[in-house]
Design a protein around this ligand. Structure first.
Ligand code: ZN
Length: 559
């Protein structure tokens, strides 16, 4: 293998690796050389060692895989960073276990104005729905709330509901609901962000949630101390990404404030990951407010910090029947969900955003939402002409035969999350599979079907909805099993799954000529793994850990 593009001493070389370049023309190498933030050569160990000078940092991969840095195509950095400090309830089942977890945690946060738990299953109490009374029995005297893994439902105790002023109920916009009990008071279950916002705001993390909740800016502007605290939350999230081998983040909530915090970190010490922050357009906004999206795109357009995207929620989630379906829910035959935008509103929005040359990414879980969003993209193409727009549909948990080919036809990216199918990782089969119903199973989480139909499929975790670890996502994609024998196999090969976290991620941000593969001249974004993933049994993939993460030629994580 020849060494190309080399000249002077490398800043850093990685030797003794099983380099998987993801470049079809030159798929494998033993070693990589990096200089000035870019890859300068790939080749044999001997060839690369010729580029070693007295100051070159040498990393011995010890036979482990070396792959392009992971590109996380759908995540929430600010809230993820904040949640690392919350009570983690993933995997807790039954009242006793829930009680123990909460009672053990509460004394460790004596000063917290609101105790917050994360990741609790909808079925934590079996078929019984959680109410404030369950939580009161566990913790009556301090406000407590806990979020479902999908972050679309929260449950709060009476104290929390009282303090938030919503015990008597309150009306919100479509899809957002305080579930009321037979006694005329809130039952404890809060559906979607507007409904649980008042409770979560008491946790003192309202700035963290702004990018998701309203897309607006902090008001009043944070003090210097608050800004510093928020930068630390961002830093915690960024470090969490780097330790999982991530070098690029496509964030899926945002505002100007997040960009400013990240720019401040960049100025202070440099960013450990490249970050794209979108403008979040909500259904109460007017189209002229897209000026801000254009401003964000103009102001932030570097290789480290960028914008250029408008994020939208079209529907909710299956588990709370807030996802929008074409046909009624299998377990609720009179209900198809309620969209957050009317189809025409969304068409107008898609046309307006597309006209500005910005990319659109829309949360669309139900097949009805997916269809409406594709209709919007089609209308934008008709109105503004076809261009390389790479608009995205996020999640696509259910779709239809009629809509599958439209992704390729319209040049739309399918952004999907291998940890999300019920039964694949942390999410239980029920209630989701019964909501969907067997008739729709064949086209649920159908990334294989979409890819075979020519769509670009990009993978992500949706952290903190699922664990951020891309290797867990790759494993889930490879091990994906149908719910019924008659359903099609939706699994990906290891190479395809890896591509969905690298090559396709780069494509999704118009950067496939600069990152996502290891090639001379490309950004030096790579990760050294603890073992050769190609030689690892799929069931053992989760044991493979990032050992060294390199972003822009700098080591951002070292085990
Ligand atoms: Zn998300």
């Amino acid at each position: 293998m020849s060494v190309t593009g080399a000249g002077h001493n490398a800043d850093l070389i990685v030797i003794n690796g099983r380099v998987q370049t993801m470049d079809d023309d030159n798929p494998a190498a033993e070693a990589v050389a990096v200089k000035d933030g870019a890859i300068i050569a790939l080749g044999s160990r001997a060839a690369i060692e010729e580029l070693k000078g007295p100051a070159t940092n040498v990393i011995d991969a010890k036979g482990g895989s070396v792959v392009p840095g992971f590109i996380e195509a759908h995540m929430h950095l600010f809230s993820g960073g904040a949640e690392l400090a919350h009570l983690q309830l993933t995997g807790i089942h039954g009242f006793d276990a829930l009680q123990k977890a909460i009672r053990d945690y509460a004394p460790t946060r004596p000063d917290a104005p609101m105790l917050v738990g994360q990741g609790v299953d909808y079925t934590v109490l079996g078929s019984e729905r959680v109410t404030r009374h369950h939580l009161d029995a566990i913790l009556p005297d301090r406000p407590f709330c806990m979020a479902a893994p999908d972050h679309h439902t929260m449950w709060a105790n009476t104290k929390a509901l009282e303090m938030a002023g919503i015990l008597q109920g309150r009306r919100f916009g479509p899809g957002n609901e305080i579930v009321m009990g037979d006694d005329g008071l809130a039952a404890g279950e809060l559906r979607e962000g507007e409904a649980f916002g008042p409770v979560l705001d008491l946790a003192g993390e309202s700035r963290v949630r702004l990018g998701l909740a309203t897309g607006g800016e902090p008001d009043p502007m944070p003090t210097a101390a608050e800004r510093a605290a928020d930068r630390d939350i961002m830093r915690r999230g960024l470090a969490w990404c780097a330790r999982h081998g991530i070098t690029s983040i496509q964030n899926m909530d945002g505002n100007l404030y997040q960009l400013e915090l990240l720019a401040e970190i960049e100025a202070e010490e440099g960013l450990p990951c490249r970050v794209q922050i979108p403008f979040h357009y909500k259904n109460f906004m007017t189209l002229d407010m897209l000026d801000k999206a254009s401003t964000m795109a103009e102001r932030y357009n570097s290789e480290w910090l960028s914008s250029g995207m408008v994020k939208v929620f079209y529907d909710g989630v299956l588990d709370s029947w807030t996802a929008v379906m074409v046909e009624p829910y299998a377990d609720r035959p009179d209900w198809v969900g309620e969209p957050l935008f009317t189809p025409q509103q969304f068409i107008d929005l898609a046309v307006a955003v597309d006209k500005r040359g910005l990319q659109i990414a829309v949360h669309s879980i139900g097949d009805g939402a997916v269809r409406a969003v594709l209709d919007g993209y089609e209308a934008a193409q008709k109105a503004n002409g076809r261009r390389d727009s790479r608009h995205r549909v996020e999640h696509i948990e259910v779709t239809t035969t009629a809509d599958v080919p439209r992704f390729a036809e319209l040049g739309v990216i399918a952004s999907m999350q291998p940890p999300h199918p019920p039964g694949a990782m942390d999410f239980p089969l029920e209630p989701t599979v019964s909501r969907i119903g067997p008739a729709r199973w064949p086209l649920s989480y159908a990334w294989r079907t979409l890819k075979d139909a020519g769509a670009h499929v990009v993978f992500a975790s949706d952290w903190p909805v699922s664990p951020i670890d891309p290797i867990l996502g790759i494993q889930a994609a490879v091990l994906r099993k149908p719910w019924a024998d008659s359903d099609p196999d939706q699994s990906f090969s290891l190479h395809e799954a890896l591509a969905a976290y690298t090559v396709e991620g780069a494509y999704a941000e118009f950067a496939e000529h600069r990152k996502g593969t290891l090639k001379p001249g490309y950004m030096a974004d790579l990760v050294v793994l603890s073992a050769d993933i190609e030689k690892t049994a799929p069931a053992d993939l989760h044991k493979v850990r990032p050992v060294t993460t390199i972003c822009g030629g700098k080591i951002t994580y070292q085990a």
